[in-house]
Design a protein around this ligand. Structure first.
Ligand code: IMP
Length: 177
């Protein structure tokens, strides 16, 4: 596959896998004393698929998992500021939700989903992001679990896309535009 010009590897697949094992252990420890039947892992499609699968397998906790389709980027490199939740999440009735996404950018997506979950009666929402553009979002939402802080660059690979492409790259690449 031809890569876009001016792109380079930010994290290779081995580094990503090792970090996911560390996050999974932290999540396991956090939920160790909880009733597993009360917990649901909810991941944001499509971008978080690779991360959520790897995390779920590494956590080895028998909890429910589901995805919800949310979009705010469309085909652009900047958030539209308009978050659309395409799936009904009204039937998520778990007491505790672990919300998993590939990247925390402006924080708008996560904040919108958290507010919706809370208004449905979910008591606790913990967040887990593989990547965090912390400088860009100025810590507006502090992840409970996170993989890597990254600079404000557009990234792709390992589930993250550029207009629907490059999701299946094993590494995470940074694209200077
Ligand atoms: P936020 O609402 O601005 O935090 O954006 C979150 C969503 O935007 C993520 O779930 C991603 O789908 C997408 N996104 C944000 N930054 C990037 C990026 O650098 N590459 C690919 N997708 C991104």
């Amino acid at each position: 596959m031809k890569l876009p010009p001016n792109s380079s590897v930010l994290f290779d697949s081995q580094t990503i896998r090792s970090r996911i094992l560390e996050i999974a252990e932290k999540v396991r420890q956090y939920y160790a004393s909880c009733d597993l039947g009360e917990i649901e892992m909810v991941w944001i499609a499509e971008g978080a698929r690779h991360f959520a699968d790897a995390l779920f397998n590494a956590m080895n906790l028998s909890i429910k998992m589901r995805s919800i389709k949310v979009s705010s980027y469309g085909k652009s490199f900047e958030s539209s500021g308009d978050v659309k939740i395409y799936d009904s999440i009204n039937d998520i009735k778990a007491r505790r939700v672990l919300l998993v996404d590939d990247i925390l950018d402006t924080g708008l997506t996560a904040k919108t989903v958290i507010a919706k979950l809370k208004s449905n009666g979910v008591e606790e929402v913990k967040t887990c992001f593989l990547l965090n553009k912390a400088e860009k979002n100025k810590g507006c939402l502090k992840p409970d679990f996170e993989g890597f802080e990254i600079p404000d660059k557009y990234v792709f690979g390992f589930g993250l896309d550029i207009a629907g492409e490059y999701r299946d790259l094993p590494d995470i690449m940074a694209f200077d535009y």
